[in-house]
Design a protein around this ligand. Structure first.
Ligand code: ZN
Length: 309
C-alpha cells in the first residue's frame, strides 16, 4: 500500500501523554490525552505503542516523533530528565521502534514546541525563531531555517540558564542568578515573598501565582509591578544576548505566563531593545506564541517528518 501522508506526534510529559495523528499540512486528524505511565520504561513504551494503535495503528502513519522533558544525545539516549526519571539513560526511540515497527525520532520538549510554533504557529513566516517558554521554569528552543538547532550534544537553547544576576540565588543547574531564578513562576513567587516581608501590597495573603501578580501590577500595585518589571528586565538581558549572538528574525513568548499577554510582552520587548544592537533589534519581531499546549505535539510530528520518515 502507498505510504500514508500522516505522522504521529507524542508529547511525553512528566504527568501526561498527549498524542495525535497529524497530516503533512499540520492538520490534527485524531488525538488523545491521558495520564503518563511513567513507572517503568516497559510501561511507558507499552503506553506509546497502545497510543499508536488508538490513533490508527502502524499502517496509518509513516513515523513517530516524540517530544520529551530531557536531552537526547547523539546515540539517541535520553538524559537530564528529572520530570520523568525513568527515561534517564534509555534509548526510548530504539525501544519504541522495535515495538511498533515505525521509525521514531526524539526531540527535547522545548525544542519540539519551538519547531511546532515555527511550523504552524506565531513563527511560521520567520526564517529563524527563538521560543521562550515561561512556566515553572524557563525553557527555550531555537529553530533556524525550519530546523531545530540542538547543538553538539542537545543543550543548545538553554536560555533559562544565562546568568542575569551575577550575585543572584543559586539555580538548579548549579550556577547563580540564572534567568530562570528570576523569570520563572518560581522566581516570581520567591521575589514576591522577599518584597512582601517589608512592603505593603495587595499581594499579601494571595496565592502569588503569576496571573494574580500580573492582575495586581495592572491595577498599579508597587510590589507586583516590581516583580513583573524585574522579570521583564531579566528576560531583556537574556534575549539581548541571544539576539546579538544569533541575529534572529522572531522571538516568541509562550508558556503559562504568556497568559499575561501584551502587558508582559511589551515590557520584555522594551527591555530587550535597550540592550540589543539597533539593527539586530530592528530585524526581529516579537510575538506571543499561538499554539498553546499543542505546540509540543505538532513539533513532535514535525520532527518525524523532517527525519524523513
Ligand atoms: Zn541555571
Amino acid at each position: 500500500m502507498a505510504a500514508p501522508g500522516t505522522w504521529l506526534g507524542f508529547d511525553v510529559g512528566g504527568s501526561y501523554l498527549k498524542a495525535a495523528r497529524v497530516s503533512s499540512e499540520g492538520r490534527v486528524e485524531e488525538r488523545l490525552h491521558e495520564p503518563i505511565a511513567g513507572g517503568s520504561l516497559a510501561a511507558l513504551v507499552g503506553q506509546l505503542a497502545s497510543a499508536m494503535e488508538a490513533l490508527g495503528g502502524r499502517d496509518a502513519a509513516r513515523a513517530i516523533g516524540i517530544g520529551l522533558p530531557g536531552i537526547v544525545d547523539r546515540t539517541g539516549r535520553v538524559f537530564n530528565a528529572p520530570a520523568l526519571p525513568v527515561l534517564n539513560g534509555q534509548a526510548l526511540g530504539a525501544e519504541l521502534s522495535r515495538g511498533t515497527g515505525l521509525p521514531v525520532s526524539i526531540e527535547n520538549d522545548a525544542n519540539a514546541a519551538a519547531l511546532g510554533e515555527a511550523w504552524l504557529g506565531a513563527g511560521q513566516d520567520a526564517a529563524s525563531v527563538l521560543l521562550v517558554t515561561l512556566g515553572t521554569g524557563v525553557g527555550a528552543g531555537i529553530v533556524l531555517e525550519g530546523r531545530v538547532w540542538a547543538g553538539r550534544s542537545g543543550f543548545a537553547g538553554e536560555l533559562g540558564h544565562i546568568q542575569v544576576e551575577p550575585a543572584g540565588v543559586q539555580c538548579s543547574c548549579g550556577s547563580w542568578g540564572c534567568l530562570e531564578t528570576v523569570a520563572s513562576a518560581r522566581g516570581w513567587r520567591r521575589r514576591a515573598e522577599q518584597h512582601l516581608a517589608s512592603t505593603a501590597s495587595v499581594l499579601r495573603g494571595s496565592d502569588l501565582e503569576p496571573t494574580t501578580i500580573v492582575e495586581a501590577a495592572r491595577a498599579g500595585d508597587g510590589v507586583a509591578l516590581e516583580i513583573v518589571d524585574g522579570a521583564a528586565a531579566a528576560l531583556g538581558v537574556g534575549l539581548a544576548a541571544a539576539l546579538n549572538l544569533l541575529n534572529l528574525s522572531r522571538v516568541l513568548v509562550g508558556g503559562g505566563m504568556a497568559a499575561a499577554g501584551p502587558f508582559l510582552l511589551e515590557r520584555v520587548v522594551e527591555q530587550t531593545r535597550r540592550r540589543t544592537f539597533a539593527q539586530v533589534f530592528a530585524d526581529c519581531s516579537f510575538r506571543l506564541a499561538e499554539l498553546g499546549n499543542d505546540a509540543g505535539l505538532l513539533g513532535a510530528a514535525r520532527t518525524a517528518m523532517l527525519a524523513g520518515g
